[in-house]
Design a binder for this molecule. Structure first.
Ligand code: ADP
Ligand code: MG
Length: 279
């Protein structure tokens, strides 16, 4: 009897491996024992196992999507202090977190000075999209332009373009931080116009629209780019002082008023000395 059990277990594991059901394989014995103790029938047992597999599968693919998005840092909406940035409409951000704009192929533009939370919000919104099953990729704009220029004459160019075409959401962070070359600007325009009404874009920039010509070089290209980007888009302006600077100042102020002087001085030194993240 024991021998048959072992043999069927080995076979079962094999079948589950072929069928790619790792969680069922890992949990079937434990769940069987629990169901026997709880008097759960066969169908109930099967249901419990498949639910475990589904939950795990969803978790694994969310992790894969998050990894594939290549966020430089993970940021969440929970950690965004909306009271520190009153120009940001909290309701709008909450609406965007539901990701309906992606189904409607709309864009999000985040405009504001360096350190005002643009990349934070862009990353947090894109991470929400990953969690909801959308395919996302985050790029510093210069990084993408460089990759496109490097790949231009090769088959890798088409591969990169087809990877971009498969996305639901493309984040272009720090557009305008570094002016693009003529070729770079055209390649960037090509990405933006290919995405138009097919892939949603989240674009962050420290430049107001009227200065985009400085980045893209020509009035014509700037006009055409803005036309595509801003047709059906939500704009979030992160007005005000840099969060890092404000944070550092608040800490310094606490120090000078004498609250736990040593600890605060140390804390305040870090953000001020830190090289600001670009854009
Ligand atoms: P930007 O992209 O506009 O230059 P970042 O999003 O990189 O700014 O913000 C700079 C730093 O300050 C990041 O570590 C970010 O998490 C933090 N930060 C900015 N704004 C806020 C905020 N309102 N609440 C919490 N953290 C913030
Ligand atoms: Mg940034």
């Amino acid at each position: 009897m024991r021998r048959t059990e072992t043999k069927s277990l080995v076979l079962l594991r094999h079948h589950l491996k072929v069928l790619r059901l790792p969680t069922v394989a890992a949990e079937c014995e434990k769940t069987a024992a629990r169901c026997a103790a709880d008097n759960v029938d066969h169908l109930g047992y099967l249901l419990q196992l498949l639910e475990l597999e589904l939950l795990d599968r969803e978790k694994r693919s969310a992790e894969r999507r998050l990894k594939a998005a290549r966020f430089p840092t993970i940021k969440t909406l929970d950690t965004f202090d909306f009271t520190a940035r009153p120009s940001v409409n909290k309701m709008l951000v909450a609406e965007l977190a539901r990701c309906e704009y992606i189904d409607k192929r709309e864009n999000v533009l985040l405009i504001g000075n360096p350190g005002t939370g643009k990349s934070h919000l862009a990353t947090a919104l894109a991470a929400e999209a990953c969690a909801k099953g959308y395919r996302v990729r985050f790029f510093r704009t210069t990084e993408l332009v460089t990759a496109l220029i490097e790949a231009r004459d090769e088959r890798t160019f088409l591969r990169l373009k087809s990877q971009l075409a498969k996305l639901d959401l493309l984040v272009l962070d720090e557009l305008g931080y570094v002016p693009a070359s003529k070729v770079g600007a055209e390649l960037l325009f090509d990405v933006i116009s290919t995405a138009y009404e097919r892939t949603s874009l989240i674009v962050t920039s420290n430049l107001p629209f009227e200065s985009w010509t400085e980045v893209l070089g020509s009035e014509r290209l700037t006009g055409a780019t803005l036309d595509r980007l801003t047709h059906r888009c939500k704009i979030i302006e992160t007005r005000g002082e840099s969060y890092r600077l404000k944070d550092a100042k608040a800490r310094t102020a606490r120090t000078t008023t004498g609250q736990s002087a040593t600890a605060s001085t140390k804390a305040a030194a870090t953000p001020l000395d830190e090289t600001p993240d670009a854009g």
